[in-house]
Write a protein that binds this ligand. Structure first.
Ligand SMILES: *Cc1c(COP(=O)(O)O)cnc(C)c1O
Length: 360
């Protein structure tokens, strides 16, 4: 095998090696079809089997109840920022919890379509914090409450599901879906792009309670109608076939290891190693509040910007990539999704210790 680096990219990001090997193995001929998955008709028997198995595995792994529709969508999570209000803002009112860049963008987009109330604005503390139940100001007549379950850029994560007094929660789980078990019934809708923790760019997943998509605003683009996508089992038009296939392989990998309990155990162990080290030294500073730390995206800084840059430069030479923080935050960000092995985080922590010794 060629030398692989520890890739700490926030997305697109690392894939499990067994998944890549399987893709390579099936590249020239998927099973006995004599063609790659990329070359198949989405209506062919071979592809429909892949599609249906992927959907069934997602349902199994996430334990999705029967009254939820599973949709494969394109346009990334960002497309959903527009699609959600067009379908779910039934009475023209929706509430948004702003805890980072993506939730800010989703709220800004929803404002085009109706009355948006910001239930909490985390910009006051530079998005270090996830609101407690008491800090949330949710309107009882909102059509839905939107939140971002894991803030990829700032490195914070919701550790509880807020009580919204029956108002459906719509959650952007792009960067933490499949990282731990969740109770799907706590949400009206869950959505995520695949390229962070589920697979590769091109497809996204929407898991939505049936009753919420019975109708929508009139005269909206057909590919934004959730009920049309559902009625056509995500094949109103050509779906992102290869991306769905890779998602299926990732789900198989998760399932074979024991499912989401095992993923959570692995992820908590990795994150703990990194946070314990960050807490043991004054040299590095973790960005987010202790109670809200993400187990997927770990953000921190060295004592100054020059050292941040030096850290990134030397980490590349040491065989790690994409540790540079997002341009809006600076510092360092280590994205440690499901596919990052424990050894990768151990290697990073050893590097951090050495860097601290040399630069303190
Ligand atoms: C990456 C990300 C997005 C945007 O995803 P695209 O697929 O680029 O549209 C939205 N929300 C969250 C939480 C993300 O991490």
């Amino acid at each position: 095998m060629t030398n692989r680096v520890y890739n700490f990219s926030a997305g697109p990001s690392m894939l499990p090696v067994p998944v890549l090997e399987k893709v390579a193995d099936q590249m020239l001929s998927y099973k006995d079809t004599g063609m790659s998955v990329m070359e198949m008709s989405h209506r062919s028997a071979a592809y429909l089997e892949i599609f249906n198995e992927t959907k069934a595995l997602l349902k199994k792994v996430l334990d999705i109840p029967d009254n939820y529709k599973i949709l494969f969508i394109q346009g990334g999570a960002t497309q959903q920022f527009s699609t959600i209000p067009l379908n779910l803002m039934k009475n023209g009112k929706a509430d948004y919890v702003v805890t980072g860049q993506f939730s800010k963008k989703s709220a800004a987009e929803a404002k085009k379509f109706g009355d948006v109330h910001i239930a909490y604005d985390g910009s006051v503390n530079n998005f270090k914090h996830i609101p407690t139940q008491d800090e949330l100001d949710i309107r009882e007549d909102a059509s839905y409450v939107h939140l971002c379950a894991n803030n990829t850029i700032f490195g914070t994560e919701w550790k509880y599901v807020p009580d919204t007094k029956g108002v459906p929660i719509v959650a952007d789980m792009s960067s933490n879906i499949l990282s731990k078990p969740i109770n799907v019934s706590d949400y009206g809708m869950i959505y995520a792009g695949a390229q962070k923790n589920m697979g590769i760019a091109g497809c996204g997943v929407v898991i939505v309670r049936e009753d919420l998509i019975a109708d929508h605003k009139e005269n909206i683009p057909v590919l934004m109608e959730y009920n049309t996508i559902a009625d056509n089992d995500s094949m109103y038009n050509t779906p992102p076939t290869f991306s769905i296939y890779v998602l299926g392989l990732v789900l198989e990998w998760i399932d074979s290891l024991g499912g989401l309990e095992v993923m959570q155990e692995r992820n908590v162990k990795k994150a703990q190693l990194l946070y314990d080290y960050l807490d043991s030294t004054d040299f590095y500073k973790a960005h987010s509040d202790k109670d809200n730390r993400s187990i997927m995206n770990v953000t921190f800084t060295t004592p100054n910007k020059n050292l941040d840059a030096k850290f990134v430069k030397e980490s590349i030479a040491a065989g790690m990539t994409n540790l540079k923080g997002h341009r809006s935050v600076g510092g360092i960000r280590a994205s440690i999704y499901n596919a990052m092995p424990y050894e990768g985080v151990e290697y990073l922590v050893e590097f951090m210790k050495k860097f601290e010794e040399e630069n303190k």
